[in-house]
Design a protein around this ligand. Structure first.
Ligand code: COA
Length: 158
């Protein structure tokens, strides 16, 4: 299968990406709710809109958003750089990756990860990080395959 090419995010991607954000955020809110033992007080639709706006406005040199899928998006990745306050050097942050459920297991995630890794390397980062929920087995496996290893655990309590 040929390696899919990456393109910029467009306004007409809104319906697809917003529906992905809705699914993604709802799933994560349910995981966090389970541990906190309390429902979110945030509004899911507002969260979706805010995240979509942030993706559309991600134009600074420290941010990089790319989509796979010429007509209809099949996957999206958002990568950023920041200075690590403890290590003192620049790190790449994999902020979000999502693949259309029907397109999973076909190399879309790998192409997005490779693109993000190449962009981070071109920014001269000394390391990279990603936050992932422990129940998200597919994401943990994906990140491990692309050079990340589990270091810190974010633990929630009530
Ligand atoms: C994370 C995600 C991008 C991976 O995309 P994908 O196309 O499934 O990626 P891959 O096919 O490379 O699968 C990744 C690995 O997880 C495994 N996997 C996939 N679904 C799984 C599941 N339900 N349970 C256990 N393992 C699973 C695959 O076998 C593969 O492991 P391998 O490297 O040992 O073969 C995709 O699942 C997704 O979009 N999830 C929702 C968004 C999300 O959670 N993003 C990450 C948080 S920022």
């Amino acid at each position: 299968m040929p390696v899919p090419s990456l393109r910029e995010l467009r306004g007409e991607d809104a319906p697809t990406i917003q529906s992905w954000l809705h699914t993604y955020l709802a799933e994560h809110l349910a995981w966090w709710q389970q541990v906190y033992g309390a429902p979110p007080e945030s509004d899911l639709s507002e969260l979706v809109q805010r995240n979509w706006q942030e993706l559309m406005e991600a134009g600074s040199p420290r941010q990089w958003v790319r989509v796979i899928g010429e007509a209809k998006p099949q996957g999206i990745v958002l990568a950023e750089t920041r200075q690590d306050r403890y290590m003192g050097f620049e790190v790449g942050v994999l902020s979000w990756i999502y693949v259309e459920p029907g397109a999973r297991g076909q190399g879309v995630a790998a192409a997005l990860m490779t693109g993000a890794n190449e962009w981070m390397a071109a920014q001269g980062v000394r390391g990279k990080e990603v936050f992932v929920t422990a129940q998200n087995v597919a994401a943990v496996r994906l990140y491990q395959r692309h050079g990340y290893q589990i270091c810190d655990h974010r633990m929630l309590g009530r």
